[in-house]
Design a protein around this ligand. Structure first.
Ligand SMILES: *Cc1c(COP(=O)(O)O)cnc(C)c1O
Length: 372
C-alpha cells in the first residue's frame, strides 16, 4: 500500500482527526521571539512536543528561526536530534542519571545540572572525554523541584574549580506561578535569581517559561524557554491570549440511536434518559486522552450545537446527547468537534477538572494526525 492509500485508510480507521497547524505554531514562535528580543527564544519540545509530534514540530520551529530546544529526558534528546540541523542545541531539563554522561557528551547534548553531584559527574566526564563540556546550571529559587540549593550555590562560589571542565551556557531557574500574573512568588523568585546572577556575573540567565514571558522584560533574561504558548495554550491570566490555536480535534460518530425515556446509558447505568433521547456514540474515550472526569460535565459540538456527554466515558468511546439536532444530522463516520472553534483546549481541560498541559500531552496515538 502506498503512503497516500495508507493515509486514506488511517483517516477512517482511527478515533478521529487531530489537526496540528504548523503555520500557527511558527507564527506563535515568531510572536514570542519578538516579545523577548533581544533575549533568545528557545522552545520546549519535551513529551513529544506536548504530544503533537516532535518530528514535525521541531523542523517547523527551525524554519521559524529556533535553534535552542529543551527536552525533559536524555532519550528525548536522542530522538529529537534526528530531526534538527547540526547546529541546533538540545538541553536536557531533567539532567543526567549516573551512566548517561558518555552518551550525552558524545552526542553534544547540554544537560541541566541540578546538583553539585551532577556537576562533579559531568566534570569527570569532561576529563574522560578530553574536552570541556557544555552545561546549564539550575538553581532552586523557590519551587523546591530541581536545582542547586542556596547552600550548594555557596559551596560552588567558594570552589570555582568545580567549573574548571564545564562551559556554563546559562544559569537557570524555573517559575512556579508564572501563569498567575499577580502572584508574589514570581517577584520573589526573580529577586532570588537576581541574587544568584550577581554571584556569577559573567553568566547568562535563562528563567522564563511561557507564562513568565508576559510578566515583563525583567523576567526574560538572555534566553526564554516557552512550551505551552507555542502550541496555542493560554499561558498567563494577565493578558488576552496573543497566540493562535495550533490544535483541533474531531472525533467520529460510530452509532446513532433513539432511546425511550428511562433508558440507562453507559457503565454503571449512571445516567437515565429523562425523556426520549437521540444519542450518538463517539469513537474516542479515556484511552484517547478524553478523561473519565468529562462524564456528565463535558460536551462535543456539531453544527454549532453543544452535545452534552451522557453517562460515563468508556475506554474507547463515549455517548453524547444529540436530541437538539435534526435526526439525520449525524450518521456513521460523521465528525464532531472536541477541540476547535466552539470549545478551546482550555474549555475541555476545565470541564475535565484539569489543565491544558495535561489534556494536550494525553491525547495519545489513536488519532489520525493531519499536519497543516
Ligand atoms: C515544561 C517546562 C518549561 C515550559 O513550560 P511552559 O509553561 O509550557 O511554557 C520551561 N522550563 C521548564 C524547566 C519546564 O519543565
Amino acid at each position: 500500500m502506498d503512503a497516500s492509500a495508507a493515509n486514506d485508510v488511517n483517516k477512517c480507521a482511527l478515533s478521529g482527526i487531530l489537526s496540528i497547524d504548523l503555520e500557527a505554531l511558527k507564527a506563535n514562535y515568531r510572536l514570542l521571539a519578538a516579545k523577548v528580543s533581544p533575549a533568545i527564544c528557545g522552545a520546549v519540545v519535551k513529551a513529544d512536543a506536548y504530544g503533537l509530534g516532535a518530528d514535525r514540530v521541531g523542523p517547523a520551529l527551525v524554519e521559524a528561526g529556533c535553534r535552542d530546544f529543551f527536552v525533559a529526558h536524555l532519550v528525548e534528546a536522542k530522538d529529537l536530534k534526528r530531526y534538527l540541523p547540526r547546529e541546533a542545541k538540545i538541553v536536557v531539563l531533567n539532567g543526567l542519571l549516573p551512566g548517561g554522561e558518555p552518551f550525552a557528551a558524545a552526542s553534544g547534548f547540554i544537560p541541566v545540572l541540578n546538583s553539585l553531584a551532577q556537576l562533579r559527574n559531568w566534570s569527570k566526564e569532561a576529563e574522560r572525554y578530553g574536552a570541556r563540556l557544555p552545561a546549564v546550571l539550575q538553581f532552586d529559587t523557590g519551587m523546591s523541584r530541581l536545582g542547586l540549593s542556596p547552600t550548594e550555590a555557596n559551596a560552588l562560589c567558594s570552589d570555582p574549580d568545580l567549573l574548571r571542565n564545564v562551559d556554563v551556557e546559562f544559569i537557570m531557574s524555573h517559575l512556579a506561578s508564572a501563569d498567575e500574573s499577580l502572584n508574589l512568588q514570581n517577584t520573589d523568585q526573580l529577586s532570588a535569581m537576581g541574587a544568584v546572577a550577581a554571584r556569577f556575573p559573567e553568566m547568562r540567565v535563562c528563567l522564563t517559561n511561557s507564562g513568565g514571558i508576559f510578566l515583563g522584560r525583567g523576567f526574560h533574561g538572555a534566553m526564554a524557554r516557552p512550551g505551552l504558548a507555542l502550541y496555542g495554550g493560554i499561558a498567563s491570566d494577565g493578558v488576552p491570549n496573543p497566540t493562535t490555536p495550533v490544535v483541533s480535534l474531531s472525533v467520529r460518530v460510530i452509532q446513532t440511536h433513539t432511546v425511550p425515556e428511562g433508558t440507562l446509558i453507559g457503565y454503571g447505568g449512571s445516567h437515565r434518559a429523562p425523556f426520549e433521547m437521540r444519542l450518538a456514540t463517539l469513537a474516542a474515550g479515556y484511552a484517547d486522552g478524553l478523561p473519565r472526569s468529562l462524564s456528565a460535565s463535558g460536551a462535543a459540538y456539531a453544527f454549532g450545537r453543544r452535545l452534552p456527554i451522557v453517562g460515563r466515558v468508556s475506554m474507547d468511546s463515549m455517548t453524547v446527547d444529540i436530541s437538539s439536532l435534526p435526526d439525520d444530522a449525524l450518521g456513521l463516520g460523521s465528525l464532531v468537534e472536541l477541540i476547535g472553534s466552539h470549545q478551546t483546549l482550555e474549555d475541555i481541560a476545565r470541564d475535565a477538572g484539569t489543565i491544558s498541559y495535561e489534556m494536550l500531552t494525553g491525547l495519545g496515538q489513536r488519532y489520525h494526525r493531519q499536519y497543516i
